[in-house]
Design a protein around this ligand. Structure first.
Ligand code: PMP
Length: 392
């Protein structure tokens, strides 16, 4: 019955995590695959504010949420993205960031006949989601210059300038995955002007708010800039990383629409959600809204954001200096100039495979390292392994 169903390739990120778990070199293997925060001891971290909120919620019931989610949560997450000016925001709680991207693309495919552009190199799942939502052949725009591992802003502008007017363009809000390379504020201004001229629809993917600089308002700035310029941006928000709530699937889709369009857009987003998963899970959303609405827990959350982003920032410096000691004639400047959870090493696929097979160091085939997996214990062997592979 199922002989016609071939085995599909494993997911390039989560599939690799499975291979890592099966590697018997338990004492020396290094996991730099999935973007999940780890302490310097290599352990997952439950944020103190999340722990307190969880304890408060132990007596909560398990009733269904409305299709568009927990009202206290959707209100609180709107403020994080828009500031106080939320009148034109339509918000639906989603199955984390992935669900927000999927829901937005399902809606746009049905009601907005336009091509979709993704950055040329992006989170691999963007392609899966786009195709399953009916964008058979998502287009790409230039982003990273492979030769220099820096933003190729001129080519990015040229590609988007050549896109049909009215196209949908996915932008990473901050801490671009996988490159760790973001636009500067003046570059966002120039880009916004191009979006205005060509009536492009900005679809921001916000999976790392607070992770780029540790400052929420600064990280949200590109969205607010587009909003203030009247470009009606949409945002796909994840609370996986900034709250450490990976398994709870907490996210939101914000659609900026005219007031008279609100009921129609919200109504259809709910109709699509109802058929896909009916309504979202409550527990994680209650944790997030409890923290966002309690001044003490909110302050504690901000502290935790700094703890996480500072540790990653310091680890970048450490990795860079170990690599500079271990290798000759190599420029490792990009390790510290990139930001967020990931480091795009620039290693080739064959070097990455050699690292995996000979040294039990696991990073994505495209050379992306989750910096959260690096710590004071493994940074030296990691640098030595990279140096060995570069010398081969
Ligand atoms: N967008 C990007 C760019 C991501 O890196 C991720 C997480 N890896 C997501 C969206 C969605 O993650 P989640 O569904 O866990 O919120």
């Amino acid at each position: 019955r199922w002989t016609h169903v071939g085995v599909p390739p494993a997911d390039p990120i989560l599939g690799l995590k499975v291979v890592f778990r099966q590697d018997p070199f338990t004492s020396s293997k290094i996991d730099l695959t999935v973007g999940a925060y780890r302490t310097n001891d290599g352990e997952p971290w439950v944020l103190p504010a999340v722990r307190v909120a969880t304890e408060r919620l132990l007596t909560a019931d398990h009733e269904y949420l409305p299709i568009d989610g927990l009202p206290a949560f959707t209100r609180a997450t709107q403020r994080l993205m828009y500031g106080d000016d939320v009148a034109s925001a339509v918000t639906v709680q989603t199955l984390s960031g992935t669900g927000a991207v999927r829901l937005s693309l399902e809606f746009l495919k049905r009601f907005f006949d336009a091509p979709l552009y993704l950055p040329r190199i992006t989170w691999s799942n963007h392609f899966n989601i786009a195709r399953d939502a009916g964008f058979a052949d998502p287009r790409t725009y230039a982003y990273l210059d492979d030769a220099t591992s820096r933003l190729d802003f001129e080519s990015m502008l040229a590609d988007l300038d050549a896109a049909p007017d009215g196209s949908i363009v996915l932008l990473h809000l901050c801490a671009h995955n996988p490159t760790g390379v973001d636009l500067t504020l003046p570059q966002w201004e120039i880009l916004a002007d191009l979006f205005a001229r060509k009536s492009l629809l900005p679809l921001f993917d916000s999976a790392y708010l607070g992770f780029a600089t540790g400052d929420l308002d600064r990280d949200a700035k590109p969205f607010r800039l587009f909003f203030e310029k009247g470009l009606a941006p949409w945002a796909c928000v994840s609370f996986s990383k900034n709250f450490g709530l990976y398994s709870e699937r907490v996210g939101a889709l914000h659609a900026t629409v005219r007031v008279e369009e609100r009921d129609a857009v919200l109504g259809h987003l709910k109709k699509i959600a109802r058929a896909m998963y009916s309504n979202p899970p409550a527990f994680g959303a209650r944790i997030v809204s409890t923290v966002l609405e309690d001044p003490d827990l909110y302050a504690s959350w901000l502290d935790s954001l700094h703890v996480m982003s500072d540790r990653i920032f310091e680890t970048r410096g450490l990795l860079r200096s170990h690599l500079e000691n271990a290798t000759r004639d190599h420029d490792w400047d990009h390790i510290t100039s990139q930001i967020g959870m990931f480091c795009f090493t620039g290693l080739t696929k064959s070097q990455v495979l050699e690292l995996r097979e000979k040294h039990h160091v696991y990073m994505l085939d495209n050379g992306r390292v989750s910096m959260a997996g690096v710590n004071t214990r493994n940074v030296e062997p990691l640098a030595a392994a990279i140096a060995a592979v570069l010398e081969d």
